[in-house]
Design a binder for this molecule. Structure first.
Ligand code: DGL
Length: 278
C-alpha cells in the first residue's frame, strides 16, 4: 500500500541579485529549519542597485519563473532593490495571470513594520542602494504605517561592492561607512533600517559609526519571524511545503567567489549549481 505523505513537496524560494541574500536565508533556516529551500543569486547581472526599474523588473520576473519552475510554492524576494522596483507589479499583474495560487513576498514591509514599532521620536533613517532610495518605496510603506514619521534616506552605492569583494572588515569599509553615516549626524534619528541584503554583514561597523542610541533594523533578524508568522496564518501554503531539510543553491555565474563568500554569509560551505535565466 502506498502511504500518502503527510506533507507536500514544494520548496520555499529565496531570491537575491547576488549572495547577500544568503545571510537572510541563513536567518530564515534558523527560524524554520524543517522546510526545503532553493536559493537563487543572479550574480552574473548583479549589482541591481544602480539599474533602471524596467530592467530590475525584467530580471526579477525571470528569477521568479526559474524558481516557480523548480517547484517553489512561495518566493521571498530578499533583494531590497527588486522588492522596491518589481514586487508590487509582479504580485498584481504577473502572478495572478501566470501562477495564480502561488505567492511572492518581499522584505520591505517586514522592515518598515518593525521600524515604526521601534521608533520613539518618529525619525527613521534608511540606508540602501541608489535604486531603492530613488524608488521611494520605503518612504511610501513607512508613511502608510505611520503618517507622522520623518524619513531620512541615504544611498550608499559603494557598500555592496565592498561586501562582494570580501572587504567587509577592512579599514576602507570603516572609513566609507563613517562618511556615509555623517549624513545622519544632525537628523536625530533613533532608528536605522539596513535596507539592503548586504548591509547586515556590515552591521558591527555600522553600529559603531551610528552610535548605540540608534536602533538598527536588520532584515536578517526581522524577515524570518515575519515568514514564520505568515506560514502560521496561511496553512493552504504551509501544507504544500516539503519538510525534508533540502537546500539547493543556484547562481547565474559560477565563480569561486560565490562558493567562498557565499559559504561565509550562509554560515557553512555550499554547493552551487548554474542557473540559466530568461
Ligand atoms: N540585493 C541588493 C539589495 O538588497 C543589493 C545588491 C545589488 O545592488 O544588487 O538592494
Amino acid at each position: 500500500m502506498i502511504m500518502k505523505s503527510r506533507f507536500g513537496n514544494k520548496f520555499i524560494g529565496v531570491f537575491d541579485s547576488g549572495f547577500g541574500g544568503l545571510n537572510i536565508l541563513r536567518g530564515i533556516i534558523k527560524e524554520l529549519p524543517e522546510y526545503n529551500y532553493i536559493y537563487l543569486g543572479d550574480t552574473a547581472r548583479a549589482p541591481y542597485g544602480s539599474r533602471s526599474e524596467e530592467i530590475i523588473y525584467e530580471f526579477t520576473k525571470q528569477a521568479v519563473d526559474f524558481l516557480f519552475e523548480k517547484n517553489c510554492e512561495i518566493i521571498i524576494i530578499a533583494c531590497n532593490t527588486a522588492s522596491c522596483d518589481a514586487l508590487k507589479k509582479l504580485q498584481r499583474e504577473y502572478l495572478p495571470k501566470k501562477y495564480p495560487p502561488k505567492k511572492i513576498l518581499g522584505v520591505l514591509i517586514p522592515a518598515s513594520e518593525e521600524a515604526v514599532k521601534k521608533t520613539k521620536n518618529q525619525k527613521i533613517g534608511i540606508i540602501a542602494t541608489e535604486s531603492t532610495v530613488s524608488s521611494g518605496a520605503f518612504s511610501r510603506e513607512l508613511l502608510k504605517l505611520k503618517p507622522k514619521v520623518e524619513i531620512f534616506q541615504k544611498a550608499c552605492p559603494l557598500l555592496v561592492s565592498l561586501v562582494e569583494s570580501g572587504e567587509y572588515n577592512s579599514k576602507a569599509s570603516k572609513w566609507i561607512i563613517e562618511n556615509y553615516l555623517e549624513y545622519f549626524k544632525n537628523k536625530k534619528i533613533d532608528t536605522l533600517i539596513l535596507g539592503c541584503t548586504h548591509y547586515g554583514i556590515l552591521e558591527n561597523i555600522i553600529r559603531k559609526a551610528i552610535g548605540k542610541n540608534v536602533k538598527i533594523i536588520s532584515e536578517a533578524r526581522i524577515v524570518p519571524k515575519k515568514i514564520k508568522n505568515y506560514l502560521e496564518r496561511h496553512k493552504e501554503i504551509e501544507l504544500k511545503l516539503g519538510k525534508n531539510k533540502i537546500r539547493k543553491f543556484y547562481s547565474t555565474d559560477l565563480t569561486d567567489k560565490f562558493k567562498i563568500l557565499g559559504g561565509k554569509f550562509f554560515g557553512k560551505p555550499i554547493k552551487v549549481e548554474r542557473a540559466k535565466l530568461g
